[in-house]
Design a protein around this ligand. Structure first.
Ligand SMILES: NC(=O)c1ccc[n+]([C@@H]2O[C@H](COP(=O)([O-])OP(=O)(O)OC[C@H]3O[C@@H](n4cnc5c(N)ncnc54)[C@H](O)[C@@H]3O)[C@@H](O)[C@H]2O)c1
Length: 277
């Protein structure tokens, strides 16, 4: 292969990217990296101010970004957001389905048994993580099918491979996301175009709002027993930093991954590989 082709193997410059949950801790870091690498970035989030904060950080760094308020659980909202992104950038090359999370009410604890988990909390977590990825994939995926080009990257979790204790709704939903990633990869390739790729990343443990209450003590910030267990079970010996997710994403988005579709890539410091023995 010519040297110039090799040099562009990992380039994502010029791609237009829409990222849901883009105002959040992990996805705002991803969005910023996409902007720094020359992508046009549409930051979608339920909280418009959070989306604008992330978009502004990209623009302040000399990149191109728009903020779009969007509720991934409402089809009208996602359709309106997709129209805004297309009118800003002309097309969407990559959709990153980042919106997701867990909440305390859907988490078992000494105070909350599995039998008493409110179904409203279970539904909230399941829908956000599962339906909240499927709906944008329908709306943005349709535009990709029409163009016979595009990529979707989902965000799964360690709890998809083997469920984590306490978080049943979250685990079920993320397992569904890994499964859906494979399903949609096959569907898009067979029904619309083999150039449309669908993949996922499965982050290990990153301290964010969805898990801080589980992994650290509120008052002291020290690790809980569960937090320590996670570290002990992570061969890298630490939590990830949001930026650790960027390399894997860039690889999936770049020409170097042209033959990669339907995979779920763990970015986890080895957590998924370790049996504990
Ligand atoms: N933190 C971790 O250790 C970890 C591990 C594995 C996977 N993940 C996944 O990574 C993704 C990002 O997580 P994070 O830790 O940065 O969370 P976060 O809470 O910081 O970010 C989530 C963002 O999604 C937005 N959001 C929530 N509901 C929405 C909706 N209905 N429509 C649009 N946006 C909505 C929130 O406003 C927030 O900005 C999630 O899918 C999460 O499940 C996180």
């Amino acid at each position: 292969m010519a040297k110039t082709s090799l040099e562009s193997l990992f380039s994502i410059k010029g791609l237009t990217v829409a990222i849901t949950g883009g105002g959040g801790i992990l996805c705002s870091e991803m969005a910023k990296a996409f902007g720094d690498l020359g992508c046009k970035v549409a930051v979608l989030d339920l909280i418009p101010e959070a989306a604008e904060r992330a978009a502004k950080a990209i623009r302040d760094n000399g990149g191109e970004a728009v903020a779009v308020g969007c509720d991934v659980l409402k089809r009208d909202s996602v359709m309106a957001a997709a129209d805004k992104v297309v009118s800003a950038f002309g097309k969407v090359d990559v959709l990153v389905n980042g919106a997701g999370g867990n909440k305390k009410d859907a988490t078992t604890s000494p105070e909350m048994s599995f039998f008493d988990l409110p179904d409203s909390a279970f539904r909230w977590v399941f829908e956000l993580n599962c339906v909240g990825t499927i709906l944008p994939s329908q709306v943005f995926g349709k535009k990709m099918a029409e163009r016979k080009a595009g990529q979707i990257i989902n965000v799964s979790s360690m709890s998809a491979f083997r469920p984590l204790t306490k978080v049943s709704a979250y685990s079920a939903a993320k397992a569904a996301i890994s499964n859906f990633t494979q399903w949609l990869a096959v569907h898009m390739a067979q029904e619309y175009s083999p150039t449309i790729r669908v993949n996922a990343i499965a982050p290990g443990f990153f301290l964010t709002e969805q898990n801080r209450f589980l992994l650290t003590e509120k008052d002291t910030g020290k690790l809980t027993a569960r937090g320590q267990k996670v570290i002990d079970h992570t061969p890298a010996g630490k939590f990830g930093k949001p930026f650790d997710l960027v390399g894997g994403l860039v690889w999936l988005m770049s020409p170097s991954a042209e033959f990669v579709t339907g995979v779920v890539v763990p970015i986890d410091g080895g957590f998924a590989a370790y049996s504990g023995v």
